[in-house]
Design a protein around this ligand. Structure first.
Ligand code: 5AD
Ligand code: SF4
Length: 368
């Protein structure tokens, strides 16, 4: 039997990782983890380079029809002050992103269906394209929709869509969501397939450190991501929120530091498994460690989403506790991220869309 040092070396040179290999890497500590992070950073450099792409995040409404058991803005949380940012304010934020060379935007909201919402998003997309001379890339993150709606928004100018599967294991998914038609794993998965078929660069992800979640579940999540041939990923630590049903399991959770470490390892392993995808350093990381996103960039993430939601709404988009409320539009913040990205050995791809190479490669194959 090989000693542990030998094992990590072997695993890190493998072309295909088995579930056991992934579990080994996720359980790694000390020098083994350092070797993992070094390898994932090398792969990032080799396959996607050292540029980090910015997407200005606008959380334009916290009104949601769903009741995910982990989320602070779930429909039944009556303590949330609900908001809907005016079109004018959204366009102002978009203009900020354009003028500051961010390259792209993410429009995110709670999940709503219906004509009024569909039309509103469609109009916003067209306006943003117009004020930016078609130059700003737009990612949507507005939940599950019908094929027609996805198509309409695509035609109006959205070209990327984020829809986290949250947990790839159906049993675990059931424990995190109410048991009703509105929260159905198969339908969510089907939405991801429709998004890909419609032509979107498609993004998904999971939360890390959830109650009932094991390292085996996380290994399955990574294999799921690889099999589903997705272009972009956003994964972050689960952070409890007092006004949610899952809060009762608070005592059973890993410490925040451990959840952060596990997220680092998940992102590193994902980079080994999917070399050409875009991986975001998510905001939830920042809630645990001020330098969180920087650390994740260093080991393999290549997308950062500075929050440019107008300041007065910021506190009310509280998916989890301790969400950072820094005004990421401010000049000193710009210096702060630039310095952080530089420390991580990377540069910012100002004014670039920074499309997922995986998507571009996938399209090439489709056309063969
Ligand atoms: N902790 C961390 N992430 C959360 N999200 C929702 N609630 C929480 C929480 N308590 C994530 C989900 C969702 C994304 C918008 O925010 O993964 O898809
Ligand atoms: Fe709504 Fe998304 Fe929160 Fe679920 S995770 S309650 S869909 S905002």
């Amino acid at each position: 039997m090989k000693n542990v040092k030998g094992m990590i070396k072997d695993i890190l040179t493998k072309e295909n990782l088995s579930k056991e290999d992934i579990v080994f890497l996720l359980n790694s500590t000390g020098e083994d983890s350092i070797a993992l992070f070094k390898k994932s950073a090398e792969i990032r450099e080799k396959y996607v380079g050292n540029k980090v792409y910015l997407r200005g995040l606008i959380e334009f409404s916290n009104i949601c029809s769903k009741n995910c058991l982990y989320c602070g803005i779930r429909k039944d949380n009556k303590k949330v002050k609900r908001y809907n940012i005016s079109d004018e304010e959204i366009i102002d934020a978009a203009r900020f992103a354009y003028e500051n060379n961010y390259g792209s935007l993410v429009l995110q909201s709670g999940e709503l269906q219906g004509n009024a919402f569909t039309k509103r998003v469609e109009t916003l997309l067209k306006k943003i394209k117009k004020i930016s001379d078609n130059k700003l890339g737009i990612t949507l993150s507005c939940g599950e929709q019908t094929e027609e709606v996805f198509q309409k928004w695509f035609e109006a100018g959205a070209h990327r869509y984020l829809l986290r599967i949250e947990a790839s294991n159906k049993e675990l998914y059931k424990k995190l969501h109410p048991d009703n038609g509105l929260h159905n794993w198969d339908e969510r998965y089907e939405s991801l397939n429709i998004l890909k078929k419609t032509g979107y660069q498609t993004g998904t992800g999971v939360m890390i450190g959830l109650p009932f979640q094991t390292v085996e579940h996380l290994a399955e999540d990574l294999l799921f991501m690889q099999e589903s041939d997705i272009d972009m990923f956003g994964m972050g630590p689960y952070i409890e929120h007092e006004e949610t049903p899952l809060y009762q399991y608070k005592e059973k959770l890993l410490s925040l530091e451990k959840r952060f470490e596990l997220t680092m390892k998940m992102i590193a392993v994902l980079r080994l498994m999917m070399k050409d995808v875009n991986i975001a350093a998510t905001t939830a990381l920042q809630a645990i460690d001020k330098k969180g996103r920087e650390k994740i960039i260093k080991l393999g993430a290549n997308v950062l989403m500075p929050n440019i939601t107008p300041g007065k709404y910021r506190d009310d988009y509280a998916l989890y506790q301790n969400k950072p409320i820094t005004d990421e539009k401010a000049e000193d913040y710009k210096n702060f991220i630039e310095a952080g990205i530089k420390t991580a050995g990377c540069t910012i791809g100002y004014g670039e869309w920074g499309d997922s190479l995986h998507f571009l490669n996938r399209k090439k194959l489709d056309n063969v």
